[in-house]
Design a protein around this ligand. Structure first.
Ligand SMILES: [Zn+2]
Length: 339
């Protein structure tokens, strides 16, 4: 299995204007309080990575409780809205509309250059290396159309592409080569099998990640390849800031597996892990900003020593060390379905 270091992987929130993001965060808080006042129909879940039912209480974020799996350390909300309620959130809620109609357009150029292009290169390189004969690709991501277009352009061998994310029809129409077909987890098998599946930031907001992984396994042809990205709980930023981590924001981040949890979720005999990297580059900077914002908080002395009392080069070295040890808070993986 491969681990890639020193990739300039940037999270969506990092390239968006701060005032707009702050507004979006307020919309999310208001919408959760209003839309999900009554939680009688919410579902209960054990660890989404390893299925263990025991946990330590962690913290609450926007009124949603998070726990830590006693076995693999995955951080997750044990009670959450079901898949249909989450689909409605992403299609109809005011914060989701704001994200789609305001945040994405204002950051479109930066997103294309800093997020879409590097991810397209990652997928295209992976296809060339692991499945050069691939003809069909299904993307189950939200806001995946720009990435899908870039992949289509770079891989003429892919004759059939399907945009199956829950908001795919809101992002563009079908073309001769690309079919738009938003699908629930249950509907994925109806799409027919595929040589390649792309799932960018899908697992973190899935109502039932175990069911989703099973559906992706069925969606892939034997030896088909999955490209997926995840926020992870085992990274430096989340481990250091924990309840204060600005990146944990439901319902986007209901599931934050650890690297250990991901290894179990994509384990043999169903899967072969081809690459598992944590190319996140903002862990140290996010922690530095948190320390600067609350200088009187009793932060662990070692964190101050590593992040605050070191220079820019030292912080860069720390990022590289974290990536080498898979200890940043953003992971990407390439996994092959068993032949
Ligand atoms: Zn677990």
């Amino acid at each position: 299995m491969k681990t890639v270091v020193s990739v300039q992987e940037i999270a969506e929130l990092e390239i968006k204007p701060a005032t707009e993001v702050a507004h979006w965060r307020r919309l999310v808080a208001t919408e959760i309080a209003a839309r999900w006042k009554n939680r009688a129909d919410w579902i209960s879940l054990s660890c989404p990575a390893c299925k263990t039912g025991t946990f330590y209480n962690a913290f609450e974020r926007l009124g949603i409780a998070y726990v830590e799996c006693t076995d693999c350390g995955t951080l997750y909300a044990p009670k959450r809205p079901g898949e249909a309620a989450l689909r409605d959130w992403y299609r109809e809620s005011e914060p989701s509309r704001f994200w789609r109609e305001r945040l994405l357009p204002v950051s479109a150029a930066a997103r294309q250059e800093k997020i879409v292009r590097p991810r397209a290169d990652w997928v295209l390189d992976g296809i060339a290396e692991y499945t050069p004969q691939a003809r069909r690709l299904v993307d189950v991501s939200q806001h995946g159309r720009t990435l899908l277009n870039a992949i289509a352009q770079g891989a003429p061998g892919l004759t059939e592409l399907v945009a199956a994310g829950v908001t795919a029809d809101l992002e563009g129409a079908s073309t001769a080569r690309l079919e738009v077909r938003p699908s629930s987890t249950q509907e994925l098998h109806g799409l027919g099998t595929s040589d390649v599946v792309v799932a960018v930031d899908v697992m973190d907001r899935a109502a039932d990640p175990q069911a989703l992984v099973r559906a992706l396994e069925r969606l892939l042809t034997p030896a088909g390849v999955l490209f997926a990205t995840f926020p992870v709980a085992s990274g430096f930023e989340v481990q250091t800031l924990w309840q204060d981590s600005p990146s944990i924001f439901p319902p986007d981040k209901l599931n934050l597996p650890t690297v250990d949890g991901l290894m179990r979720l994509f384990a043999a005999p169903g899967w072969e892990m081809l690459e598992l990297s944590t190319p996140g580059m903002f862990d140290v900077e996010t922690v530095r900003q948190a320390l600067a914002a609350r200088p009187d908080h009793p932060w662990p002395r070692i964190v101050r020593a590593l992040v605050e009392r070191t220079d820019a080069e030292g912080r860069e070295n720390l990022v590289e060390f974290l990536q080498t040890r898979r200890l940043t808070s953003f992971a990407r993986l390439v996994a092959r379905r068993s032949p």
